[in-house]
Design a protein around this ligand. Structure first.
Ligand SMILES: [Fe+2]
Length: 216
């Protein structure tokens, strides 16, 4: 799972919508952050305690409720920052003094574990992926053999095309993708494999992508 010796990365499926929540951090210092803490915050707290993990923050891929409806439940026990894209739509963004805006390219560090915030608008204005080494937590921007819908408020299919083709497909093909939902028999896959099997990554131009994405 790791191309960094002391990377901690745990994938947990929770809730009625097959969401993946991730705990990511440093396996030596035990410092971690939780990506998209939606659903069953008490279960997540139990994992933190059982694995002797010290939570340093929450990372939000985007503001849809199924990705952040457990934030307040975590904050009830831990007073930590909640990192959300500055660009996220106001009607999606969680509120409160713990919310910290992040910008494209911002890096959050837990010792030598560097978590890069990559702004990938389209599914929502402030959708972002989190890159650690050659691992990409892709939220609802990119699924295994799928991608996020663009027909919800704040969605923009042309922005999603640019995010997928100008940003994600420019990453090393050895990158491992960790999606925001379990919509596939695989839990993760390489960008190389997805470039060959995911029809949303095989469009020859924006027009074809818009047609492909919006017809489904
Ligand atoms: Fe979403």
């Amino acid at each position: 799972m790791s191309n960094i010796p002391n990377l901690y990365l745990k994938q947990i499926e929770l809730g009625p919508m097959n969401n993946y929540i991730y705990i990511i951090g440093n396996s030596e210092s035990r410092e971690v952050m939780i990506v998209d803490p939606a659903w069953e915050p008490e279960h997540l707290k139990t994992i933190l305690k059982n694995e002797n993990l010290s939570i340093k923050g929450l990372l939000i891929t985007h503001g849809h409720p199924d990705h952040c409806n457990g934030v307040s439940g975590i904050l009830d026990s831990y007073d930590v920052p909640v990192y959300v894209s500055k660009a996220e739509a106001s009607f999606y963004k969680p509120i409160g003094e713990n919310i910290k805006n992040v910008l494209p390219g911002d890096i959050l560090s837990l010792g030598n574990i560097n978590i890069e915030c990559i702004h990938t608008p389209g599914h929502t204005p402030g959708s972002q992926c989190f890159k650690v080494g050659e691992n990409l937590i892709s939220g609802d921007t990119l699924f295994l053999d799928g991608c996020g819908r663009c027909d919800l408020p704040g969605g923009n299919v042309e922005d999603l095309y640019k995010s997928l083709y100008n940003i994600i497909l420019k990453l090393p093909f050895s990158t491992t993708l960790y999606p925001g939902h379990n919509y596939h028999h695989l839990k993760k896959d390489t960008l190389e494999n997805q470039s060959e099997t995911n029809g949303y990554l095989q469009c020859s131009n924006m027009h074809e992508f818009v047609h492909t994405r919006m017809k489904r």
